[in-house]
Design a binder for this molecule. Sequence first.
Ligand SMILES: [Fe+2]
Ligand SMILES: [Fe+2]
Length: 173
Amino acid sequence: MPKITTLEEAFIHELSDIYSAEKQLTKALPKMARAASNAQLAAGFTQHLEETQGQIERIDQVVESLGIKLKRIKCLAMEGLVAEGGEIIEEIEKGPVRDAMLIVGAQKVEHYEIASYGSLITVANSLGYTEAAELLKETLAEEKATDEKLSQLALSEVNQEAIAANAAMEPAQ
Ligand SMILES: [Fe+2]
Ligand SMILES: [Fe+2]
């Protein structure tokens, strides 16, 4: 028999999924901060770790406001995204090229979160979960701001540093 039969149950499933995703991120972000060489990027990962802890608390508030219980599930998408972050660290030595790719990996994470929260807000609104929708909107705004900051950092510093590092390695003509 299928386990999920109502939209309310589907909402709980999706909320449980993003909860797992955020939990996984709290373990991955300190590793990403240590793996970065650009100081602003490392600080950004550390700052987003604090934000992520707040986002987990916000999910707890949603759970409380609705009187629901989360399911113990593992977000497989986040598991994959975190594994790809690990590959970046393994395959590229510490420096600007790794930083540039850490930004790419982190933006994939943010985009996944933006998609998840965006859809959760829509479902919450359809179900009349006004307070939950408001809480989730606060998190969505943080994820969008983080994504934007990563784009800015790539454009203003990191990608140019990566290009310059490569030029410095080329043999003199
Ligand atoms: Fe998040
Ligand atoms: Fe995030």
